[in-house]
Ligand binder design. Structure first.
Ligand code: 1PR
Length: 557
């Protein structure tokens, strides 16, 4: 498209939007300097991250005032996430930092007392105005879109800012502006580039709408007084996880362990083929092809874990980067990448900070990075320094630049059985009594379960929340690959300890296990690997079972 420009303030994953536009067949240019605004006929400002980082990124590049002038000139603008929030006067995220001041209101933090924050996941919207079909941009009230944010523009139908509201979403009991529109200005708090086909449709419809039609019927519109409904539209996510490593031939393959052991086993009386493959890394397919299959099947999120990255993971030689790049061209739901997100040294001696490593993944198309071993070490240091954060851990430094919603901690706990009568260790408050009468605490491990550490999972969860993690991916070494169902005790324990979202992982053997984990715990998402890789259960079966049970679920791609 002639005159379509994208604005990148220097942080966050803008590659996904670029990939979406390429997929839709649009050509575009990047705003490189203030001069470029003169040539822009339509402008999209995508972004995740912190309000302050976005504003100072614009200011440092001399783009703040030219952007404001561009918007006030009445030319089409589409702000995504932080690109919507900068339209407001200010944000509680960065007191004293001025936004563009187009919408006369402030962005505030979600109330975290009764729900997980960040608001991370899919949610439906309602129209806040009598919007004509021409300016719905393909949106409807049944469809869910992908959000990820801790701050939001509250919806109050009596406030002046409500006149900008286009759609409203409900999270818990809070209504907030999901999209804003006035004249040529449009903004989405959700990520259309990460909302599957529904999001691509919004982008396409907005881009296809002739400029003169974007401006219709302003005076006719009247604010609809919306009140919270008994149940919000927040979807419980189904995540497909791909554990990736090099096999013995050096090819990158999707593998899957049983309690983290990914090598084929010799079976007594097995075939000669089974005997030949015994000991080899289990190969369940190619990472990108499998991930694309799950996207098409309706996975709400895809997670890649580089499971051998603890050995050495120089950024120069990081095959996962190619996987992320290729996956991000085809997959338009959130991508999480884990393994090796830490300070590293390249073979030539070049040191790379964890932020640099994470930034490379974000620019390749990842939305979140997941930190395993380093998170355990960081919490041990936090406890040793009496709870005073150093500011230097990977969690802190990445969250500072890219926002906490971009930082996941992947926990690998294993049950440590104890006698409650005599156990008096530091984890005594974390001891769980099972239905079978046995008692245990959940011990954290590093290096893919190879090394147990003197840290309980509750200590880890609270510690990483304090350091700035935005989500916990909660594995269970005991349940991994067993198909025995999620460890509900573990999930409840961690959910009660933190207010960030938790992804239940390990042990899924059937769709009923997803229903169970969503019924019996408040986990925001549930992840499976083996059953999907082996084709035993389809993602659509899981979605259907959840929906049949009355749990909010997203159907389709
Ligand atoms: O420590 O920051 O480099 O991260 C390494 C990452 O690799 C961690 O997230 C760690 O969980 C993961 N990892 C390391 N070794 C293994 C292994 O399996 N040998 N895999 C491993 C973790 C567990 C789950 C799995 C679920 C669901 N995989 O992610 O997908 O248990 O499986 P299921 O549905 O088949 O039961 P760092």
């Amino acid at each position: 498209m002639e005159g379509l420009y994208l604005l990148d303030y220097g942080a966050g994953n803008v590659q996904s939007l670029a990939n979406s536009l390429t997929k839709l067949g649009y050509s575009f240019k990047w705003i490189q300097s203030p001069e470029d605004f003169k040539h822009a006929k339509k402008l999209i400002f995508p972004g995740v991250g912190a309000f302050k980082t976005a504003i100072s990124g614009l200011e440092t590049r001399g783009l703040f005032s030219p952007l404001r002038e561009y918007i006030l000139s009445g030319r089409p603008y589409f702000g995504i996430c932080i690109g919507l929030q900068v339209l407001f006067s200010s944000s509680a995220e960065a007191p004293g930092v001025k936004g563009l001041g187009i919408i006369p209101s402030s962005i505030d933090h979600f109330d975290a007392s009764s729900k997980a924050v960040p608001h991370m996941g899919w949610n439906t919207t309602r129209f806040a105005q009598n919007v004509t079909d021409e300016t719905k941009f393909g949106m409807d009230e049944e469809t869910a879109y992908y959000f990820v944010h801790s701050y939001r523009g509250k919806y109050d139908s009596n406030a002046e800012s409500a006149k900008w509201a286009h759609t409203v979403a409900q999270y818990g009991e809070e209504l907030f502006m999901a999209t804003v529109r006035r004249g040529h200005l449009f903004g989405a708090q959700f990520h259309p580039e990460k909302s599957g086909n529904a999001g691509l449709k919004v982008l396409d419809e907005w881009l296809k709408t002739p400029i003169e039609k974007l401006d219709v019927e302003e005076l006719e519109r009247s604010v609809i007084p919306l009140i919270p409904q008994p149940k919000d539209g927040f979807i419980r996510r189904v995540v497909a996880c791909l554990d990736v490593r090099a096999n013995d031939e050096g090819d990158l393959v999707v593998t899957k362990g049983d309690q983290y052991d990914v090598r084929e086993k010799a079976e007594a009386g097995g075939s000669s083929l089974a005997t030949q493959t015994a000991g080899a890394v289990r190969n369940l397919g190619k990472p990108v092809a499998l991930a694309e299959r799950y996207y098409i099947a309706g996975a709400d999120e895809i997670c890649f874990l580089n499971i051998t990255s603890f050995r050495s993971s120089p950024l120069q030689d990081q095959p996962m980067l190619a996987v992320v790049r290729a996956a991000a061209e085809k997959i338009f739901v959130p991508l999480t990448i884990g393994g090796g997100i830490k300070d590293t040294t390249d073979p030539d001696g070049t040191k790379r900070s964890a932020v640099e490593v994470a930034g490379t993944y974000f620019r390749a198309g990842a939305d979140k990075v997941s930190i395993g071993s380093e998170a355990v070490i960081a919490v041990e240091k936090l406890l040793a320094s009496e709870g005073i954060p150093s500011g230097t851990s990977a969690i802190e430094t990445i969250a500072h630049v890219y926002g906490r919603q971009a930082v996941v901690v992947s926990a690998d706990p294993r049950r440590a059985y104890v006698d409650p009568e005599i156990y008096d260790g530091p984890q005594k408050d974390e001891v769980v009594r099972g239905k079978d009468g046995r008692t245990w605490w959940y011990q954290c491990t590093i290096s893919g379960g190879r090394e147990s550490r003197p840290l309980g999972v509750v200590q880890l969860a609270k510690g990483v929340e304090k350091l700035g993690a935005g989500e916990i991916l909660l594995n269970s070494i005991d349940r991994d690959g067993t198909g025995a169902g999620f460890d509900l005790d573990l999930i409840r324990l961690v959910k009660n300890a933190v207010s960030i979202p938790v992804v239940a992982s390990s042990g899924a053997g059937s769709p009923a296990h997803f229903v169970e984990v969503f019924r019996e715990t408040t986990a925001e998402a549930a992840l499976a690997a083996g059953i999907f890789h082996r084709g035993e259960v389809q993602i659509s079966d899981v979605k259907q079972a959840i929906a049949d049970d009355g749990i909010n679920s997203r159907q389709g791609t």
